[in-house]
Design a protein around this ligand. Structure first.
Ligand SMILES: Cc1cc2nc3c(=O)[nH]c(=O)nc-3n(C[C@H](O)[C@H](O)[C@H](O)COP(=O)(O)OP(=O)(O)OC[C@H]3O[C@@H](n4cnc5c(N)ncnc54)[C@H](O)[C@@H]3O)c2cc1C
Ligand SMILES: NC(=O)c1ccc[n+]([C@@H]2O[C@H](COP(=O)([O-])OP(=O)(O)OC[C@H]3O[C@@H](n4cnc5c(N)ncnc54)[C@H](O)[C@@H]3O)[C@@H](O)[C@H]2O)c1
Length: 453
């Protein structure tokens, strides 16, 4: 044992949304497949990402809805409780890894627990085992980036945040991206004092700036203190048991204090200790460099896909799935390899939620793409008035020549549903007239769509 080399048609490294799917599909084609996982099977999304996050924010939405309709037919008191929330969330997470591992095994895939380390371009080791693969897919995802912040090891990562048994009173988020905004809304609703410090001029930089400014207003109304143009440079332990932070805001030094400092400063490719150099695999700034078919630059039999790959796509679960679909078409040598032309919807699970698909106004402007824009405050619509919503906005970009929808941005309680309709409309190259001509069940948030234009 241990000294023998097991040989496979395909070795997949990482069992997240990218790797798990790739292994399953290849096995279905009759390939001999091994999958290597060093942590929980299933990867980030179901264990410490999308799903546990959605369980937590889902309950806080119900709480928020209840608060807003108190005195409109609802009576009594509701409270959010972190410990109970965490216990409820853990119930979803705990079965994930064993059940995914079992289903991989049931498919006839050999599972290996441990870190995959390259020995050469065809061989990897996992502990004392050696595996050789005709093809290798690297799907190792991302991890919290190492920030150039003195005392950066004092940051609580999103993985650690999910595991906290208690939440202290003063919570500060470094960075103004997805993770910070989603957790900040939750913490504010749990009654915490929340601060977000963001280095850039615009938070959630890939979203439409007009919409992120509206989200900032609504987030401030929740009691969250937000500072842009503010870079955290150092963190140290304070005498009161909390932390003291040094920050630079427009070249001035400031100090902030908190009991918990959360890392929301971005994620980087997870390739630590894999000895990529032994296989001659090139790493770019944002991940492993790949071509249109996800092949690494130096080896056509080694692929990289999902969050770990640098391919210009955002690190999101549905994107990982789509990339794997295309990678497999290439791997199975199927003739038609579809071009990457699917619009990518994305949602920030604040409440209300911010969603986008297609172009932002700043992208259309900077790329000199002609556009017409409709931007509306829709809080007075019946859909939002009946639940005393705090704010609801929509912004649609269309091509002035064809009337096709080229971008949609929503800040509403139902944005994660509505945005999928706009993604569908864009994929099908619908004009705003075509989208408006559907019969939408009434009353529903979708039935408002014709009134967005
Ligand atoms: C807090 C949070 C919330 C998120 N919310 C959303 C959301 O709402 N919607 C959305 O679309 N996306 C969300 N994401 C992003 C989403 O989780 C990722 O895009 C997705 O998981 C990427 O899938 P992947 O398979 O590429 O990588 P991962 O899911 O990260 O899986 C990679 C796997 O590889 C394993 N691995 C790494 N190195 C090795 C090695 N050397 N040997 C063996 N195994 C290894 C890891 O342990 C991991 O299990 C969120 C992320 C975070 C952190
Ligand atoms: N709902 C979702 O789909 C969802 C949720 C969470 C995460 N994700 C994925 O995970 C990725 C990472 O999320 P994230 O929130 O960590 O990062 P992010 O890339 O969204 O934002 C991080 C921000 O922090 C800023 N920053 C970095 N260092 C700083 C410092 N020292 N001081 C102040 N600001 C600093 C950066 O300028 C950056 O804009 C996202 O890009 C997204 O693709 C998706």
């Amino acid at each position: 044992m241990g000294l023998m080399t097991s040989t496979y048609d395909l070795i997949v490294i990482g069992s997240g949304p990218a790797g798990g799917r790739a292994a399953n599909q290849a096995r279905k084609k009759g390939w001999k497949v091994a999958i290597v996982e060093e942590r929980e099977f299933g990867g980030t999304c179901p264990n410490r990402g999308c799903d546990p996050k959605k369980v937590l924010v889902g309950i806080s939405e119900i709480y928020d809805n209840a608060q807003r309709v108190m005195g409109s037919g609802l009576k009594g008191e509701v409270h959010l409780d972190w410990q109970e929330l965490k216990t409820f969330k853990d119930k979803f997470v705990e079965p994930v890894s064993p059940s995914i591992e079992e289903s991989l095994k049931n498919e006839g895939i050999d599972t290996f627990k441990g870190k995959a380390v390259f020995q050469d371009a065809k061989t990897i080791s996992v502990g004392d085992q050696t595996l050789a693969g005709q093809k290798i897919i690297i799907a190792t995802g991302a991890k919290p980036a190492t920030l150039p912040v003195e005392g950066g090891d004092l940051l609580t990562t999103s993985d650690e945040f999910f595991e906290l048994e208690e939440l202290p009173d003063r919570i500060l988020f470094v960075g103004g991206g997805y993770i910070s905004f989603e957790f900040a809304h939750l913490c504010a609703r749990l009654g915490k004092d929340v601060i977000i410090l963001h280095r850039g001029r615009n938070v959630l930089e890939s979203f439409d700036h007009e919409m992120t400014n509206k989200l900032i207003e609504l987030t401030k109304d929740l009691g969250v203190d937000i500072h842009v143009g503010t870079e955290v440079t150092a963190i140290e332990k304070a005498q009161d048991g909390g932390y003291r932070l040094n920050v630079k805001k427009f070249d001035h030094e400031h100090e902030f204090k908190a009991d918990l400092v959360v890392h929301g400063g971005g994620r980087s490719p997870n390739v630590d200790g894999m000895q990529l150099d032994k296989a001659g695999i090139e790493l770019g700034e944002k991940g492993i460099k790949v071509n249109d078919f996800y092949q690494t630059q130096s080896h056509s039999h080694i692929y990289a896909v999902g969050d770990v790959a640098e391919n210009g796509q955002p690190p999101l679960t549905p994107v990982a799935g789509e990339e794997v679909r295309r990678l497999l078409q290439h791997l199975f040598e199927e003739e038609e390899i579809s071009p990457v032309n699917t619009p990518v919807p994305s949602v920030v699970f604040t409440y209300p939620k911010l969603a986008k698909v297609g172009l932002t106004q700043q992208e259309a402007s900077s790329q000199n793409i002609p556009y017409e824009v409709q931007s509306k405050n829709i809080a007075s619509f019946f859909s939002y008035k009946r639940t005393n919503e705090n704010g609801a906005y929509v912004k649609i970009l269309t091509n002035p020549l064809t009337n096709e929808i080229i971008g949609a941005h929503l800040l509403t309680s139902s944005a994660e549903h509505l945005i999928n309709i706009f993604a569908l409309a864009m994929k099908k190259k619908m004009t705003k007239q075509e989208l408006s001509s559907f019969l939408w069940a009434y009353p529903s948030e979708e039935s408002d769509i014709p009134s967005f234009f």
